[in-house]
Design a binder for this molecule. Structure first.
Ligand SMILES: O=C(O)CCC(=O)C(=O)O
Length: 276
């Protein structure tokens, strides 16, 4: 399938989104892709996600993490349509604007499809997994279908991004229990954005605690995510197996202390190039 027109033009990012992102560690950007654009990209992305699916077990045979969603990693190097979506300059420019940096690189993408009857996504912090020497990582989370509140939209512990690591919790039953206790103790407000339209996007910071309820609807919650970090970021310590896995998968050839600028980490937006 050939790639639809690139999503490279500018989006007028409201100041309120920038302010919310910085204060609360998450925001919602409405209509980052139009319904028409989503309609053009969705078939190719769904096809790529289905081809990359490796877990075909019934829900009942999976653990909590496995029930949360079908997770298809890094579609962009293998599929033209996914590449055009993931490398969108429009999306990357918004990520850079929220972070307040001139240029961002790609870490990786993921399709996260929460099946009908799929379980909750336990509380977790993404940056637990990432060997990146910065607190300024950011994830775009964009549904390819309209998401009703019963389909498992994301919920965020507002303000939690300021606290850095809250413990070495991989996503699972333990993270759900322990981090719920932290949310209760610290009295962080838990925010979700209710119903979302296909093409709306939430953005959250790498240390922002987040979770999602199960999908109680009869429809698949089809979501694409893209993770960015500021250009110039260095590789951090490989201090546990998850970070070694991530380095090998997304930063191959890069050692701790090196610039995180591997073959699979293109600069997706650079203000300097745009100006020239
Ligand atoms: O889609 C979900 O349920 C969870 C997504 C998530 O954890 C993330 O994008 O960081």
């Amino acid at each position: 399938m050939s790639a639809p027109t690139p999503l490279d033009d500018a989006y007028d990012l409201p100041d309120a989104c920038v302010q919310e992102y910085r204060e609360r560690g998450h925001t919602l950007v409405r209509g980052l892709a139009t319904p028409d654009e989503v309609a053009r990209f969705r078939p190719g992305i769904v096809e790529a996600a289905e081809a990359a699916r490796h877990d075909h077990r019934p829900l009942a045979e999976r653990d909590t993490y496995g029930r949360a969603f079908l997770q298809m990693l890094n579609l962009w190097p293998r599929h033209d349509v996914a590449r055009a979506f993931v490398t969108s300059r429009r999306f990357a420019r918004v990520a850079a604007g929220l972070l307040g940096v001139p240029a961002v690189r790609l870490y990786h993408d993921q399709a996260l499809f929460k099946e009908p009857g799929g379980g909750l996504t336990p509380w977790h912090q993404d940056q637990f997994y990432w060997p990146l020497e910065t607190d300024h990582t950011i994830t775009l989370w964009m549904p390819l279908v309209d998401v009703t509140p019963d389909m498992g939209p994301m919920a965020f512990a507002s303000g939690s991004h300021r606290r850095g690591s809250l413990g070495d919790y991989a996503i699972g039953d333990e993270s759900e229990e322990a981090l719920q206790r932290v949310v209760d103790e610290r009295r962080w407000p838990v925010t979700d954005y209710g119903a979302l339209a296909a093409g709306d996007a939430t953005f959250h910071s790498g240390w922002t605690l987040h979770r999602a309820p199960g999908n109680a609807s009869a429809s698949m919650r089809e979501v694409m995510t893209v993770i960015y970090y500021p250009d110039g970021t260095r590789v951090g310590p490989l201090d546990h197996p998850n970070r070694r896995f991530d380095r090998d998968a997304w930063l191959r050839g890069c050692e701790p202390g090196d610039l995180a600028a591997g073959r699979r980490n293109p600069v997706l937006y650079d203000r300097a190039q745009e100006a020239s």
